[in-house]
Design a binder for this molecule. Sequence first.
Ligand SMILES: [Zn+2]
Length: 233
Amino acid sequence: MTQQALREAVVRANQEIVSAGLVLLTWGNASAVDRNSGLMAIKPSGVDYNDLTPGQIPLVRISDGAVAEGELKPSSDTETHLVLYRSFPNVGAVVHTHSHYAVCFAQAEEPIPCLGTTHADHFLTDIPVTRRLRPEEIEGAYENDTGVVIAELFSDGGYDAEPTPGALVAQHGPFAWGPDLRHAVENAIVLEEVARMAYHTCQIAPGVERADRTLVERHFFRKHGAGAYYGQQ
Ligand SMILES: [Zn+2]
């Protein structure tokens, strides 16, 4: 993908998360990487989504976070995105929002439980929640360490970024990702919708059990991996 195409795709994705109802004000950002050039394209800080143009999208070096191209300051969440790309080599795009129901689970410090096939079609596991950041992390390299607690959750918790393409940062909100922007945006939309469904399911039936593993695996692997058969192959 050319740098121009990468920047255009990042503009579209940032507008899609708004039109999908995931973002109020400027509470969200999408990024994507070109692994060949080692560059990340991300929303510039504080620019209205409707006014975004490809030329405004900063290109940031994944290795050290330096701005390689672009006049505008990259999103304040840039360091978090970079840690995710460094930690998850197969991830090509990241979406961060403050979508309502996902934030409610993050603030409650509860994972989004896998209760049915809507969830299982996209996430093989519960959508996990990180530990809280420590005071010295909040006062120090805050955005970097927001990424670190996600990476730590996956390495220590035995999660894999491919079958679990998203997580909640405690007292903050959701990050979703995928091999490309289309999948990352889709996973961000699914994450919010399954949070909403789980919230209401738990109201109808407090203490409801998680979906059967056999059902969850059947649904996930219909769409993912070597044995996938969903859709037009
Ligand atoms: Zn945020």
